[in-house]
Write a protein that binds this ligand. Structure first.
Ligand SMILES: C[S@@+](CC[C@H](N)C(=O)[O-])C[C@H]1O[C@@H](n2cnc3c(N)ncnc32)[C@H](O)[C@@H]1O
Length: 205
């Protein structure tokens, strides 16, 4: 995707800076489980998951314009109407557009590890935001976390469990690879190379 030019049309601008959450039934022209992806990157998961499960409605955030616009473009080109991409900071916009208990799943895959201590405040999975994300899930809703960075995986798992998410496999236990799940763009690389990926599937009880 690095060689693809920036598309001129902003992705999902109509969902940024809203005063009240949109009517997602009207936005998608359909009902169905509402899911959220934070940081979809080049969109391998977002496009594949929405295509494989046409009954869901997936809202994907990506703050890098080039990626967000390209994924939004491909969703239209490839006939994936149940995916909306928003180019914005997920942390500021999510509280504006989802009401508590409205999400069936939240996907955070290979989030930037932000190695420098001073940059950790940019991380998506942090205690306060994790507690907020917990409130957005329906009871029985699932949090899908994947990363290749073991240290960050353990840290995120501890934060999520501390926020109230329940790990059906037991505290601190990672989930095995499930070939039925759609891999993210980055994940495909690790599946090909055999490098480890740390996964968690947590629930809101
Ligand atoms: C390492 S990439 C992984 C992309 C994709 N999930 C994958 O697995 O291929 C992390 C992505 O999250 C995006 N991102 C990080 N923080 C974000 C935020 N607060 N809001 C929106 N996007 C964010 C980055 O721009 C980047 O594209």
């Amino acid at each position: 995707m690095s060689r693809i030019p920036l598309r001129p049309e902003p992705a999902g601008h109509e969902f940024v800076d809203l005063k009240t959450p949109p009517d997602w039934d009207a936005v998608f022209g359909a009902t169905g489980p509402l899911e959220l992806e934070i940081g979809c990157g080049a969109g391998g998961f977002a496009l594949g998951h929405a295509k494989r499960f046409p009954q869901i409605r997936l809202v994907a955030f990506e703050w890098r314009k080039k990626f967000a616009r390209e994924v939004a473009f491909r969703a239209i080109k490839n006939g994936v109407p149940n995916l909306k991409v928003i180019e914005a900071d997920a942390r500021t916009e999510i509280p504006r557009i989802f009401i508590p208990g409205s999400l069936s799943a939240i996907h955070v895959q290979f989030p930037d590890p932000w190695w420098k201590r001073a940059h950790f405040k940019r991380a998506v999975v942090q205690p306060e935001f994790a507690r907020f994300l917990f409130t957005l899930l329906k009871p029985g809703g699932r949090f899908d976390m994947r990363t290749d960075v073991e240290d960050r995986a353990r840290q995120m798992l501890a934060i999520l469990e501390g926020a109230g998410f329940v790990n059906p496999l037991g505290p601190g236990v990672f989930h095995p690879y499930d070939p039925e799940e759609v891999p993210s763009t980055r994940e495909r690389r690790y599946l090909a190379s055999g490098e480890p990926v740390y996964r968690a599937r947590l629930n809101r009880p």
